[in-house]
Design a protein around this ligand. Structure first.
Ligand SMILES: O=C(O)[C@H]1O[C@H](OP(=O)(O)OP(=O)(O)OC[C@H]2O[C@@H](n3ccc(=O)[nH]c3=O)[C@H](O)[C@@H]2O)[C@H](O)[C@@H](O)[C@H]1O
Length: 438
């Protein structure tokens, strides 16, 4: 600012004049500061706008395709190259049984294993997953990479997105849907009840709405849960036993799913098979499950809480190895009959089934820990505590004779063998130290 130079050539001011000159300088200074401020504000807004436009162009990488839908939650789908990928992934090998399967929850634990098993034998498989952050999404991304290598495209999207589901059915006439997308976990339901309603009820209904209205309707196999047996005390659990006493909201939403399945079968002729999984474990498993975080915490030397019942009674689970579950899922798809409706109208009675898929051999949680200690060669820091009132039940035990009869289901992996395979995978997967088990 040249205020000084403006004053330099003037004769020395009288006191009064000096006063006048001082206020003049002050006014001049204020005006100049205001001008500066306005200029900087305009420049800052312009800069922010430029950065925003640049980031948008990066996100869409290339010119916007009018057929592509960009959603507020960050998913992008649609457009000709996307449709090409969808079609190619869902195309069965000519020598196969010609199933085209939409697998929801494909980047999940069971979803990944089932998708790759189907693809391996030649079925057309398209995955769908919302990659939510219920547990470490980088594990889901690693599973996705595995599937990509096997030729399975996993579309990023939510089962509540009806427009996306309709688009998928418009591009591919799926013969089957393997519906595994769900909010899992018994205890987390007390923290985030809404997520269970969103995925297990609202999402399931959205999927069924789309399935009932397309032509041809697909056959649907979906994941229910052993938790529907709730407070049932009759063991082993068989499909005819009571399932009207759920002990958690998770169980209640799975039970609701079974009733919803009945309705869509009854009204629209959809062929529906529910599979009650019993505590599934194995490589690529879920970090929120006990066997997984026990392994992580034993290795870290961290205390692990082992639940026991009020009276000191045993808490046990019918732990079921993933490969046995996959066989059950594939057999359920293979034996599922066609849906009988078309375009939202029922044309005759359709198949409706529910099966237990368990191991038929419950193991106490304390034994699970002992096996892990042996495999990891590390002593666990055990903290025995009473089973909290958070939805856990004391005991599960599957009777699988119905699945045996109808699906040829025969579990063959005991907990020791299955955990050995899990631990081998775990140590390799997290070995580099780059990945963290949470
Ligand atoms: O069959 C199912 O339908 C469900 O199986 C699974 O639930 P669960 O059988 O409860 O498995 P999981 O949490 O691994 O606890 C295993 C054991 O460890 C005990 N447990 C657990 C936590 C702990 O801190 N301490 C402990 O002793 C606990 O008391 C239990 O006895 C799926 O998560 C669920 O999504 C659903 O699919």
């Amino acid at each position: 600012m040249k205020v000084k130079s403006h004053l330099v050539n003037e004769s020395p001011p009288s006191p009064g004049k000096f006063k006048m000159e001082k206020s003049y300088v002050h006014r001049f200074r204020s005006r100049a500061t205001l001008g500066k401020l306005t200029l900087w504000s305009i420049l800052s807004v312009a800069l922010i706008l430029l950065v925003f436009l640049w980031s948008q162009s990066l996100r869409h990488s290339g010119p916007l395709d009018p057929a592509r839908r960009y959603l507020t939650n960050g998913y992008a789908w649609g457009g000709s190259s996307w449709e090409k990928r969808v079609r190619s992934s869902a195309r069965p090998r000519p020598d196969s049984g010609m199933m085209t399967v939409l697998v929801t929850g494909a980047a999940g634990f069971v979803g990944t294993h089932v998708s790759s098993a189907l693809k391996r034998r030649g079925d057309g498989v398209l995955g769908l997953d919302n990659f939510n952050n219920y547990y470490d999404p980088s594990l889901k991304r690693a599973r996705q990479a595995l599937l990509e290598r096997a030729g399975v495209f996993v579309v990023e999207g939510d089962i509540n997105d009806e427009a996306l589901l309709r688009k998928l059915f418009e591009v591919v006439a799926f013969t089957h849907v393997m519906h595994l997308a769900a909010q899992a976990g018994v205890r987390y339901a007390m923290e985030n009840p809404g997520s269970y309603v969103h995925s297990n009820i609202a999402g399931f209904v959205t999927l069924l709405e789309v399935c009932k209205s397309v032509n041809p309707q697909p056959s649907i196999v979906w994941a229910s849960s052993s938790s529907v047996y709730g407070l049932n005390t009759k063991v082993p659990f068989s499909e005819e036993d009571r399932t009207d006493q759920p002990a958690s909201l998770y169980a209640a939403t799975k039970k609701a799913g079974e009733e919803i399945a009945h309705t869509y079968n009854h009204i629209y002729g959809l062929s529906l098979t529910g599979l009650r999984f019993f505590t599934v474990y194995g490589p690529w498993g879920r970090p929120d499950m006990a066997y997984f975080f026990f392994t992580r915490d034993i290795l870290k030397g961290k205390a692990i809480p082992i639940f026991e019942a009020m009276n000191g009674g045993t808490v046990a689970r019918d732990f079921t190895y993933i490969d046995d579950i996959v066989k059950g899922c594939v057999a359920a798809l293979d034996t599922s009959e066609k849906s009988t409706g078309s375009s939202g109208k029922k044309r005759g009675p359709a198949q409706l089934r529910v099966f237990n898929l368990g191991n038929t051999s419950p193991v106490p949680v304390a034994d699970l820990v002992r096996i892990l200690e042996r495999l990891l060669k590390v002593k666990a820091n055990k903290k025995v505590m009473t089973l909290p009132r958070n939805g856990d039940v004391q005991f599960t035990h599957a009777n699988v004779s119905y699945a045996q009869r109808e699906l040829g289901y025969q579990p063959t992996t005991d907990l020791q063998t299955g955990l050995k395979k899990f631990v081998w995978w775990y140590l390799r997967f997290y070995a580099s130290g780059k990945k963290s088990a949470g």
